[in-house]
Design a protein around this ligand. Structure first.
Ligand code: ARG
Length: 461
C-alpha cells in the first residue's frame, strides 16, 4: 500500500533491502504531531484560497484530528511499511475519508512538508531547552547566594591559585548557561519562518497563501526563498551546535563535580539519589551522573559533526541524504532535555562541604599574590621584584611546613624588612578573596552584585 502511494513511476515492488534502507518511519514517526498539525494548517489554507472545497477541508481536519487521537492513544502504532511519517498519515487519512484525503497533498511536496515538520520540532524543543536552562540558572543562583562567603581555592592548571568563594564559582556556570540560553533564543528567532508552501523546490502554480499557514503554525512569516527552504538544514545544525556548547559547559561542571567529590577533595557530596554503588566494592559511592553527562557530550558532538558532514556536498535542492538529518537531532534533543533535568536536581541537592573547602584554602599559599601586590603598593617596588621576594617568603613557609597566611610578622620580616605589620591581615584568605573587588571579581560584595544582576535578567525573560 505504501509503495503504491509513494510512486506512480516505479512499477515493480521494491527490494526488501531497499525498503529497509529507505524507510524513515521507524524514527520520523516522532514527528507525527507536527506532521498532523502542519497538514491541518495546509488544508485550512487550501480551503481559504478556494483550492479545495470547504467540505473536503472539514473532512480532512476531522480525519487528521481523529488520527492524532488514535496515535496518542496507541490505537495506531505507526510500525507498518510506509516509507515515512508523511506517507503513513496520508494513507491512514485516505483510508478513513476517501477522496478528500487524496486532495491534501495539493500544492505541497514532502520536501516542504518534512522541512516544516522538522523545523516545528526543532523550534518547540528549542523553547523547551530554554525553559530548562532558566530553571538551572535559578538553581545555580540559589546555591551561589548561600555560598557567597564560602571560601574555595580558585585554580588554574588544577593547581591552587587564589582564594575565591564558591558562590562566585557557581555564578561562572550561571553565566555560561545564560549565554547558552541566549544562543538558543537567537536561533529560535532566526529560524521562526514557515517552510510550508515551498512545494518540491520552486513554489507552486496554485494560488496558495503562505502567510495563512505561517500564522496558523506560530511562525513570524513564510521563508523568503523556496529553493533554500527545502535544501538547507542549518536550523537543525544550530540546535545541534547550541546543544553541544551547552553540554560542553555541563561536561566541565561534571568534571569538577567528579573531582570535588573524591576523598582527596571532598568539597561536595552528591546526593545518594545521584550516585551509584559498585557491584563488588560495598563501600563505593560513584559519581555516575556527572560521568554520564560528561560522556554524553561526546555523543552530541558526534551528532553535530555527522550532520555537518551529511550536508556539506549536497547540490540544491532536496537529496535523500537529508533524511539522515533527524536521528542525531532527536538523540541530541533527548540527551539535552534529560541532562538539564538531571543537572538541576543534582546541583540543588548536592551538599557543599564548607569546612573542607575552607581547609583546602590553607594549602598552596593562595594569598601570595596579595603579598606581592602589597609590596608594590606599600614599598613602591616594581611588581617583578616583589614577585621574587614573595617567592622567598613561600620557600621560607614551605621549610617551616606552613602556609604563608600562617607566618608571623617576624617570620615575614626575616625574609624582607619592608614587610610591616599591616600585611598580616591581608594574607588571611578571606581578606584576600574580599580584596578582589574589581568589577566582576570574586569579593563577596561583587559576587552578590553578580547574583542580583543575574536575577534581574532572569525576571526579564
Ligand atoms: N522521509 C523523507 C525525509 O525525511 C521525507 C522527504 C522525502 N522527499 C522526497 N522527495 N523523497 O527526508
Amino acid at each position: 500500500m505504501a509503495k503504491k502511494m509513494a510512486s506512480a513511476r516505479i512499477s515493480t515492488a521494491s527490494s526488501q533491502l531497499l525498503t529497509e534502507l529507505n524507510n524513515s518511519l521507524p524514527f520520523d514517526k516522532a514527528l507525527y504531531a507536527e506532521d498532523i498539525e502542519g497538514s491541518r494548517a495546509h488544508a485550512f489554507m487550501l480551503g481559504e484560497q478556494g483550492i479545495i472545497s470547504k467540505e473536503d477541508v472539514a473532512a480532512i481536519d476531522a480525519g487528521l484530528a481523529q488520527i492524532k487521537e488514535d496515535i496518542d492513544a496507541g490505537k495506531i502504532t505507526l510500525d507498518g511499511d510506509d516509507e515515512d511519517i508523511h506517507m503513513a498519515i496520508e494513507r491512514h487519512l485516505t483510508e478513513r475519508i476517501g477522496d478528500a484525503g487524496k486532495r491534501l497533498h495539493t500544492a505541497r511536496s514532502r520536501n516542504d512538508q518534512v522541512a516544516l515538520d522538522f523545523r516545528m520540532y526543532v523550534q518547540r524543543n528549542t523553547l523547551l531547552i530554554g525553559e530548562l536552562l532558566l530553571e538551572n540558572i535559578k538553581t545555580f543562583i540559589d546555591v551561589a547566594e548561600k555560598n557567597a562567603e564560602t571560601l574555595l581555592p580558585g585554580m588554574t592548571h588544577l593547581q591552587h591559585a587564589q582564594p575565591i568563594n564558591f558562590g562566585y564559582h557557581m555564578m561562572a556556570y550561571a553565566s555560561m548557561f545564560k549565554r547558552d540560553y541566549e544562543r538558543f533564543m537567537s536561533s529560535y528567532e532566526r529560524n521562526n519562518f514557515s517552510p510550508i508552501g515551498c512545494a518540491a523546490l520552486a513554489g507552486t502554480p496554485h494560488p496558495i497563501n503562505r502567510k495563512i499557514t505561517a500564522e496558523k503554525l506560530g511562525f513570524d512569516a513564510p521563508t523568503l526563498n523556496c529553493l533554500d527552504t527545502v535544501s538547507d538544514r542549518d536550523f537543525a545544525l544550530e540546535i545541534l551546535f547550541n546543544i553541544s556548547t551547552m553540554m560542553m559547559h555541563m561536561s566541565r561542571l561534571s568534571e569538577e563535580l567528579i573531582i570535588w567529590s573524591t576523598s582527596e577533595f571532598g568539597f561536595v557530596t552528591l546526593s545518594d539519589r545521584h550516585a551509584t554503588g559498585s557491584s563488588i566494592m560495598p563501600q563505593k559511592k560513584n559519581p555516575d551522573i556527572p560521568e554520564l553527562l560528561r560522556g554524553k557530550t561526546g555523543r552530541v558532538n558526534g551528532n553535530l559533526i555527522s550532520l555537518l558532514t551529511v550536508m556539506k556536498g549536497l547540490s540544491l535542492a532536496y537529496n535523500k541524504d537529508m533524511q539522515e538529518d533527524k536521528e542525531g537531532v532527536f538523540d541530541s534533543v533527548r540527551t539535552a532535555v534529560l541532562s538539564l533535568q538531571v543537572m538541576n536536581e543534582m546541583i540543588a541537592e548536592m551538599r557543599v562541604n564548607v569546612e573542607k573547602m575552607d581547609k583546602a584554602c590553607m594549602i598552596g599559599h593562595l594569598s601570595a599574590t596579595d603579598l606581592a601586590d602589597y609590596l608594590v603598593r606599600k614599598a613602591g617596588l616594581p611588581f617583578r621584584d616583589a614577585y621574587h621576594i614573595v617567592g622567598n617568603v613561600v620557600n621560607f613557609a614551605e621549610e617551616k611546613g606552613l602556609d604563608i597566611s600562617e607566618l608571623t610578622l617576624e617570620d615575614l620580616q626575616s625574609v624582607d624588612t619592608r614587610i610591616a605589620e599591616d600585611v598580616v591581615a591581608l594574607l588571611d584568605n578571606r581578606a584576600s578573596m574580599n580584596a578582589r573587588k574589581s568589577e566582576g571579581g570574586t569579593a563577596t560584595e561583587r559576587t552578590l552584585e553578580q547574583i542580583e544582576s543575574m536575577k534581574g535578567w532572569l525576571e526579564a525573560q
